[in-house]
Design a protein around this ligand. Structure first.
Ligand SMILES: NC(=O)c1ccc[n+]([C@@H]2O[C@H](COP(=O)([O-])OP(=O)(O)OC[C@H]3O[C@@H](n4cnc5c(N)ncnc54)[C@H](OP(=O)(O)O)[C@@H]3O)[C@@H](O)[C@H]2O)c1
Length: 308
């Protein structure tokens, strides 16, 4: 497994994270097997969120991890707060952040989160309240590192003006198929294509400039939860390129798709959401692949993008 010493954050963190959003589909015993498979493959980082099946994903992870025998200090447990679907609102108020963390700790049967991310932006957030909440959570030892998810440049800047702790991660959607994070740079100032639209105010480069590690969510999904693009007949060129490069390295196509993300010099992590141990083994074979510069472009273009 490739690992990262995250700037201001966890050291020796696996480049591939197991996303636990789909864990409620497993029994506790199956979830324990999934966690063991991950750890055996070198995955030591687990992503969760208070909103995943209304806390069920955290509960299933907590129950499975408790019976796994794996030492707490050997893994990085991350959760996210702020999406309150049951109330139809996003909430970054101090009280909600603190009570969400307490709920996550109780459900995951742990005393601390290694990482807390603020999920999507609360449209009326007050950075002073976030700062107070982070100070309290850090002081009482409930959270070690802080970050955000799906948050663009200026809102991160606004947070950073008030929050004392470094914002270590930004979790964003990114894959060969959903590559908006990088497309705009190629088409800058080009009126003939929507790809030239800067939709996030240069979030990728901002994160690189400020030592914020990007975690790529849904690295194999087409669109927004549209199903896996690997083996999807709607992507013949992409699948042919994944196959050709996979054959060269002796790895499955999903591994090549993940290796494409890990090859980016921003040194991102990729969050795999599969709950199938064999699929996770395939994905982790990405660690064996160092794509050449040319292969990276070959895959990018096979996904339907064109050079200007
Ligand atoms: N921050 C956010 O807003 C946000 C949003 C969404 C997700 N996330 C995080 O990202 C994680 C991953 O999300 P995800 O599950 O949507 O995306 P994903 O990991 O890209 O999975 C997409 C699909 O790929 C399939 N797949 C994986 N390996 C395969 C293989 N070898 N052969 C065939 N199909 C394969 C999976 O099917 P199988 O399940 O059958 O393997 C799954 O349906 C989540 O668990 C969560 O932690 C974060």
């Amino acid at each position: 497994m490739k690992t990262l010493d995250v700037v201001n954050g966890p050291q020796n963190a696996s480049a591939i994270i197991l996303g636990c959003m789909r864990m409620p589909a497993l029994s506790v015993d199956e979830a324990e097997k999934m966690i063991h498979t991950a750890v055996e493959l070198g995955v030591n980082f687990f992503d969760n969120a208070t909103c995943y099946t209304e806390g069920e994903a955290e509960t299933r992870f907590g129950d499975a991890f408790a019976q796994s025998g794996i030492r707490r200090e050997d893994v990085v447990i991350q959760s996210k707060c702020g999406l309150c679907f049951e109330r139809n609102e996003f909430d970054w108020t101090k009280d909600n952040i603190i009570s969400s963390v307490d709920d996550s700790l109780r459900r995951m049967k742990t005393d601390y989160l290694d990482v807390l991310l603020l999920h999507r932006p609360d449209l009326i957030f007050e950075p002073e309240q976030v700062a107070e909440a982070f100070d309290i959570l850090e002081k009482n030892g409930k959270v070690r590192y802080f970050g955000v998810s799906n948050v663009p440049t200026l809102q991160i800047e606004l947070l950073r003006k008030y929050v004392r702790q470094p914002l270590v991660f930004n979790q964003l959607q990114f894959s060969i198929e959903q590559s908006q994070l990088i497309d705009q740079a190629l088409y800058v100032n080009n009126l003939t294509t929507d790809r030239s639209i800067d939709r996030d105010n240069g979030t990728l480069d901002y994160c690189r400039l400020n030592d914020i590690t990007i975690q790529a969510w849904s690295p194999l999904q087409r669109g927004f939860f549209g199903g896996c693009f690997v083996d999807d007949p709607d992507f013949p060129e992409l699948n042919a390129a994944l196959q050709e490069i996979g054959d060269k390295y002796g790895v499955p196509k999903t591994a090549v798709a993940i290796a494409w993300i890990l090859r980016h010099p921003a040194k991102m992590q990729a969050i795999a959401g599969t709950m199938n141990p064999d699929h996770l083994k395939d994905i982790c074979a990405a660690a064996k692949v160092d794509l050449t510069h040319h292969e990276w472009y070959q895959l990018y273009l096979a996904s339907g993008k064109k050079l200007p």
